[in-house]
Every structure is written in structure tokens, then in C-alpha cells.
Design a protein around this ligand. Structure first.
Ligand code: LLP
Length: 447
């Protein structure tokens, strides 16, 4: 990134607003990133408390305070740690979980069970048991075979469960193919064929253990337009009308899903109200037309709360110049801590954090240390030509789906996460040790 680019980046206070450059060094939420690298080592993820809280406050102002009964259920999958759950608990948010592991972390963090909403296209019997025992607020039904499993757990714990039914609205959102979920050919949700969908609704309505609460949809991720959401909501409301007509039952809640876009390079981030206001207007209008009470609205943002709240710090190691071709600058992390580049060709911006004010007059390929040619973090990165071993690189907007999708490839430990807040810093997740990586390895005695 050249000097102009960093200026624009820092000026754009709506995004990446806790980054600053002082005396040529990059600061994040009041902390000097070079000092952080020294104190905590690299690679390391750094999350800004102020940025996370800022987004949660925007959601409050633009959604939950504005619309009665509205809820935000943070999508844990974007960044799931007990510290994150503590932040959400204090902020009064709900959470969306999709696995026994996320439920376990929420319970360990003392997260109130009634504020947990359980999603997933193949919830395991033991996960359903765990969720019902914990007493989650809602289970989002994603298929017929889940019904007897939920009922069995309810019978065992003598509880009733609120059930939302996830539909596949059959709209195509424009984003990367791997993160589109709302089109008809999807492993998620229940297709809206009346001979498939209506019997499932009926079974939920007839069950002594299940309370039919409403409908859920999620159309995709990293979206910047609201038309696909509105189109999907219209489909959902057609079926709310149908359910009323067939069974005289009301949809009391509607979950719009997540997917609100965040800034990685220079995508202009849209305020939550850009999505929420027209959605709420449509929800109200359609409910009036149908003659039903306006359902409570729920959203499940993940990325838009944490993406820009995270940066990753790396140390530059080997630098290789291939004459006439390119210069490779290697860092001490890579695809193990950020699989998104290899998996989705995701674009990231990077800064040489200790030379943040130097002219960026060279172009290099920023690569990781993993044994894979595709382990490139930024294929073409502008850096000062003085770049050298020991420099600190900050990759920006890595807070969503970085740590949560990290792997131990090549037995490299998963880096730790440091939380920063107005100049203070502390571990949120400690880095993994080699010992922890092989802790569960066993050598069978017949070898
Ligand atoms: N709700 C449901 C049912 C979802 O499936 C997802 C994301 C979300 C909410 C949150 O979406 P968000 O607000 O974070 O866009 N690993 C990919 C993203 C996969 C998203 C899967 N579902 C990535 O790194 O881009």
C-alpha cells in the first residue's frame, strides 16, 4: 500500500477507524503494534475491543433500539472465544451457534442459555442433547430428521423448545460461490416445495415438545446490496401467509440471517440501517397485508462485527528475489492462520507496521511459511523498497473467519489472540504450544 493509500485508509473513519500512524509506526486501538509484536511475539491476531463495541452500538442504535422486539444474534462462527462471548453477554446480544464446540464455549463463558440460537444443517444427536440440556432459546430446524432428535432430548430433560424453521428462499445473492447459501440448490435450509415444507411445519405444530416460533433465512455472506434480502423476505412472507391459511398458525419471529458486508480493501461499507430499514418496512407492510401481527425480527451478523476489529501481525523472514520475475517476502504465518486467500481468493491490505510512513516504491508477493505454493497472503503488495528481515507486517481486516478457520497444517501452532482497548492489551486466547498440538496423538502398540 502506498503512502496515499494509507492516508485514505486512515481518513476513512467509518472503517478501520482504530488504526493510526504515529512516528512512522502503526497503532491499533491505542496500542503500538511494534510493541505488541515484541511483547506477545508473532504471528499474533490482535482484536480491537473499541471496534467490536462500536459495531454492537451501531446495531443497537440502528436496529434493536429502533424496532421493538428486534434481536441481534452474533454469528459465533466468525470469531468464537470465551472473551468474545463475555463482550456480547455484557452488550446484551444473543448468539448464533452451529456446533457442540460453540455451545460448549458459550456455556463455559456463562452465556445465558435463553439468548443462544442453534443453527446447522446436520446437528448431531449429541449436539441436540447438549443444546436442550443447556436450554437454548431457539433451535433453527434445518431438516425433517432433526424433529425426533429434538423431541427425544426434550422428553429426557422435560423441556419444550422454540423452533424456527430455516427456509431456502431460492434467491441468488451476488458474492463468492462458496458463501452463497440462499439459492435452491443448497445443503442449507428446507426447500419450499409444498409437499416437503408444509408437512414439516405441521409436524412442529403438532408436537407436544416443540413451539413453532417462526421462519429463518440466510442468503449469503459479504453482501453490499439489499435487493436479494428483500426478495428473499418476500418469499418468506408468502409462506408465512400460507402457514396461516393452512394451519391458522402465526409466524411470531423472522430471522433475516447475516451476511452484511465488511471492508477488506476499499469496499464501501453500508450502515446496518441500509439493510434493516427497508427490511423492517417490508416486514411490516407484508404482515399488515396478511393480517398478522408484525413478527419480531432477528439478524445474525458475524463478519460485519469482527472483520475490521482484527489485524494479524507477522515478522518478515526470508526475502527472495527471482530476477525479472518477482520478489517473495515470507512471514512467520500464512494459510494456517488465514485460509481465506487460498480458499476464496480473498483480498487483504497489508502495511509494514514499523515503516508505515515510508514511500511504498516496491511490489512484492507476501507469502507464508506453509509447504504449499498457494500459501500467498497478498499476491501483489506495495511496500517500501527498504523492506527487510525483522520488519513487522500488519494484515488488516482479519478479525472474521481468520482465527476461527485456523488449522495446524504442518504442525504449526495456531497463533494467540490479543485484545486491545485504548492502549491496554491482554491475551484473549494464548498461542498454542507444540505440546498441545500433539497432546492427543497416540502411537498404537501394534506398530
Ligand atoms: N447465519 C448463518 C445461518 C450463516 O450461515 C452465516 C454464515 C451467518 C449467519 C453469518 O454471516 P456473516 O454475517 O458473517 O457474513 N468462511 C466464510 C464465510 C462463511 C459464512 C458462513 N455462514 C468466509 O471466510 O468468508
Amino acid at each position: 500500500m502506498d503512502a496515499d493509500a494509507i492516508e485514505t485508509l486512515l481518513e476513512r473513519k467509518t472503517t478501520l477507524r482504530y488504526l493510526e500512524v504515529k512516528d512512522g509506526r502503526l497503532f491499533f486501538d491505542g496500542c503500538d503494534t511494534i510493541e505488541l509484536a515484541k511483547e506477545y511475539g508473532t504471528p499474533v491476531y490482535v482484536m480491537s475491543y473499541s471496534e467490536i463495541m462500536g459495531r454492537l452500538n451501531e446495531l443497537k442504535e440502528q436496529f434493536t433500539d429502533k424496532y421493538p422486539k428486534a434481536r441481534v444474534a452474533y454469528a459465533s462462527k466468525a470469531f468464537c472465544t470465551t472473551g468474545m462471548y463475555e463482550i456480547l453477554k455484557k452488550a446484551g446480544a444473543c448468539i448464533d451457534v452451529v456446533s457442540g464446540g460453540e455451545i460448549y464455549a458459550a456455556e463455559k463463558a456463562g452465556f445465558p442459555a435463553e439468548r443462544v440460537e442453534f443453527n446447522g444443517n446436520n446437528k448431531l444427536p449429541e449436539e441436540i442433547d447438549q443444546a436442550v440440556r443447556y436450554g437454548v432459546g431457539r433451535i433453527i430446524l434445518d431438516g425433517l430428521q432433526e424433529i425426533p432428535l429434538i423431541e427425544a432430548a426434550c422428553a429426557k430433560y422435560q423441556k419444550k423448545m422454540n423452533i424456527m424453521i430455516r427456509i431456502t428462499p431460492g434467491v441468488a445473492a451476488s458474492t463468492h460461490d462458496y458463501i452463497v447459501t440462499g439459492k435452491k440448490d443448497s445443503k442449507f435450509g428446507i426447500p419450499l416445495d409444498e409437499d416437503i415444507f408444509l408437512p414439516i411445519v405441521k409436524q412442529v405444530l403438532d408436537s407436544e415438545y416443540l413451539d413453532f416460533t417462526g421462519l429463518h433465512m440466510h442468503i449469503g455472506s459479504q453482501l453490499f446490496e439489499n435487493d436479494a434480502y428483500l426478495e428473499a423476505l418476500n418469499v418468506l412472507m408468502d409462506w408465512a401467509a400460507r402457514i396461516r391459511q393452512e394451519f391458522n398458525a402465526d409466524v411470531k419471529e423472522v430471522n433475516f440471517g447475516g451476511g452484511y458486508g465488511a471492508t477488506y480493501i476499499d469496499e464501501p461499507r453500508k450502515p446496518y440501517s441500509f439493510f434493516m430499514d427497508p427490511m423492517m418496512e417490508l416486514l411490516k407492510k407484508r404482515s399488515e397485508e396478511i393480517g398478522m401481527e408484525c413478527p419480531a425480527a432477528v439478524i445474525e451478523p458475524g463478519r460485519s462485527i469482527v472483520a475490521e476489529a482484527g489485524i494479524t501481525l507477522y515478522t518478515v523472514g526470508q526475502i527472495k528475489e527471482i530476477p525479472g520475475i518477482r520478489k517473495y517476502v515470507s512471514v512467520d504465518g500464512g494459510m494456517g492462520d488465514n485460509i481465506r486467500v487460498a480458499l476464496y481468493q480473498a483480498d487483504y491490505k497489508g502495511v509494514v507496521a514499523n515503516k508505515a510512513e515510508e514511500q511504498t516504491d516496491a511490489t512484492v508477493s507476501l507469502c507464508g511459511k506453509y509447504c504449499e505454493s498457494g500459501d500467498i497472503l497478498i499476491p501483489e503488495m506495495k511496500v517500501p523498497s527498504s523492506i527487510a528481515q525483522g520488519d513487522i507486517i500488519a494484515l488488516l481486516s482479519t478479525g472474521a473467519y481468520g482465527f476461527s478457520m485456523a488449522s495446524n497444517y504442518n504442525n504449526n501452532p495456531i497463533p494467540g489472540v490479543v485484545l486491545v482497548k485504548e492502549g491496554k492489551s491482554a491475551w484473549m486466547v494464548k498461542p498454542q504450544s507444540y505440546e498441545q498440538i500433539i497432546a492427543n496423538h497416540v502411537i498404537p502398540d501394534f506398530i
